[in-house]
Design a binder for this molecule. Structure first.
Ligand code: G3P
Length: 222
């Protein structure tokens, strides 16, 4: 399973990349606007820097919603770096734009996907990636991971190459569940990556080993 980080915060991306576990990055207008505000830098400079830190796909989302607007935004964003993938919402115009962008060699990550019908349509339109938002489904009283399970099954049934990015992850348990479904990618917020590292028994174990070693005295010096 590939791990993407779901943030535009350059410090978080650097820290996660230094762990050696990062395959890509996803942003959205909320995350990018937060980083613009935090650093007072333009979006292009931020996206460029992210692409230099992580050698993998970096998703950036369109702002315009009509077909022509989506295509214009996508071409502009794609020029920033060869690894930019364009996040396009699953709408009628989004589907129309996706077909064209993918034929131009611009990769699309179909976003805001909440049903298997939408996932099928994204794949038919030729999208390289599709992002089901599981946390937001959970918020709405529907089990988000059930959607991912259906999508994995459907894509397997037809050998669909579109990669599933499990998005809107809120907890370490979401990552385990995503991995159990066989989804291709989990995009994970920084604070969840930190939680995945921690286990109280690891901390207790490290302390006990060091305490035992220290009891012996100078002979144990490495
Ligand atoms: O990847 C999409 C993600 O950023 C949305 O997460 O927590 O706002 O539902 P959330």
């Amino acid at each position: 399973m590939k791990f993407f980080i779901d943030t535009a915060n350059v410090d978080e991306i650097k820290e996660a990349a230094s762990l050696g576990i990062l395959d890509g990055v996803t942003t959205n207008p909320t995350l990018l606007s937060r980083e613009i505000k935090r650093t007072n830098r333009p979006y292009k400079a931020i996206l460029k820097e992210i692409c230099e830190i992580v050698k993998g796909p970096v998703s950036a989302e369109v702002i315009n919603l009509g077909r022509e607007g989506i295509i214009k935004d996508a071409r502009k964003l794609a020029k920033i770096h060869k690894n930019i993938v364009i996040k396009v919402p699953l709408t009628k115009d989004g589907l129309k734009a996706t077909k064209l962008l993918e034929t131009e060699g611009i990769k699309v990550n179909t976003t805001l996907v909440f049903s298997s019908n939408q996932a099928l349509l994204a794949a038919k339109a030729g999208s390289s990636y599709v992002s089901p938002f599981i946390g937001r489904l959970d918020d709405a009283g529907q089990i988000g991971m059930e959607l991912v399970r259906e999508m994995v099954q459907i894509y397997e049934n037809y050998d669909i190459a579109t990669e599933i990015i499990v998005a809107s992850i809120r907890l370490p348990l979401h990552v385990i569940d995503a991995a159990l479904t066989g989804a291709d990618i989990a995009t994970i917020p920084f604070k969840v990556i930190e939680l995945m590292i921690k286990h109280p028994l690891t901390d207790v174990g490290v302390k006990r080993f060091l305490d035992d070693w220290a009891k012996i005295g100078s002979l144990t010096k490495l």
